[in-house]
Design a protein around this ligand. Structure first.
Ligand code: HSE
Length: 305
């Protein structure tokens, strides 16, 4: 009657794929316990790690759970315990992990009546509480694993994109918080045709590179001419970190989701380790507190533990 799950962190946007592309990380995530209870309704009974609202209607995990609950006709309810390891506002899908965790767990306890796409649909309601906008580029990789492309939000259509075996991720998280809603508010409402052409050329070739395990093409495609110029201003020493990562052999480097975390992709573990050392150095020298994570692409996604 209860289930424990691991709900992974994710990287959204992946440079040129703003709001549509994302991938799943394998060693950082939240742990959640979902339990059936005789009382009808959704109840958040425990949150560890960070100070977040316990009221289900004000909590991302609660809102997505309520969205699913309304679609059910049951005479019992669910309790949710959250052990939050992903810092809110860090840019690696903290709200998405909460949003998918509750609905994934409930679906398991119910005998899996809902598809992964339907789960993403419920989770969008929770994610929207945090970012003030319905987007699924962190939710989809958390639920499906690997790289995912959100072809459309309404109706929701998600494509699973293959990931090359030797791809490693390095994340550096400077210890500041950026709210997704604020990082969205600073973006221009219109873009130039020339930037759009560059961006969709890169996006198309990145997808092709992922399909064909063409690391060189992946590297040539990991550029963002639309979002990065605006958001990078919010991140301390962004250009220095990026330059170091690329100089040390990263295939590409960009803002993870809405930041402030910065992700780099590398071919092979050795390269990823070198990139990690090099970028740590930038923040150490500048006396900025940070965390780093190294991960492979998690092709499994959210799971029972
Ligand atoms: N695509 C979203 C954004 C992801 O960049 O605003 C943040 O959660």
């Amino acid at each position: 009657n209860e289930i424990k799950i691991f709900s992974p962190a994710t990287v959204a946007n992946v440079a040129c794929g703003f709001d549509v592309l994302g991938f799943c990380l394998d060693n950082i995530g939240d742990e959640m316990l979902i339990r059936k209870t005789n009382k009808k309704g959704i109840f958040i009974t425990k949150i560890e790690g960070f100070d977040l609202p316990m009221d289900a209607e004000l909590n991302v995990a609660g809102v997505s759970a309520l969205a699913m609950y309304e679609a059910l006709n049951v005479d019992y309810g669910f309790e949710i315990e959250i052990c939050k390891n992903i810092k809110p506002g860090s840019g690696i899908g903290s709200s998405a992990a909460s949003a998918v965790g509750s609905v994934f767990g409930m679906n398991e306890l119910l005998g899996k009546p809902f598809s992964k796409t339907q789960l993403t649909e419920f989770a969008i309601k929770g994610e929207a509480l945090a970012s003030k906008c319905e987007h699924a580029d962190n939710l989809a990789p958390a639920i499906f694993g690997g790289f995912t492309l959100v072809k459309s939000v309404s109706p929701l259509e998600i494509l699973e994109i293959p990931s090359p075996d030797d791809l490693y991720v390095t994340i550096i998280h400077p210890q500041i918080e950026i709210k997704t809603s604020e990082a969205r508010a600073i973006l221009p409402k219109e873009v130039s045709l020339q930037s759009a052409i560059t961006q969709w050329a890169n996006f198309g070739s990145l997808i092709h590179g992922l399909h064909t395990s063409n690391y060189e093409l992946i590297s040539k495609s990991l550029h963002d001419v639309i979002i990065e110029p605006h958001r990078s201003k919010l991140i301390p020493y962004y250009n220095e970190v990026k330059m170091e990562a690329l100089k040390t052999g990263a295939l590409g480097c960009g803002i993870s989701g809405s930041g402030p975390s910065i992700f780099s992709l590398s071919k092979g573990l050795e390269n990823a380790k070198n990139v990690e050392d090099a970028i740590k150095n930038v923040y150490s020298k500048a006396d900025i507190k940070f965390d780093t994570y190294r991960s492979r692409i998690n092709t499994e996604g959210i799971k029972i533990i």
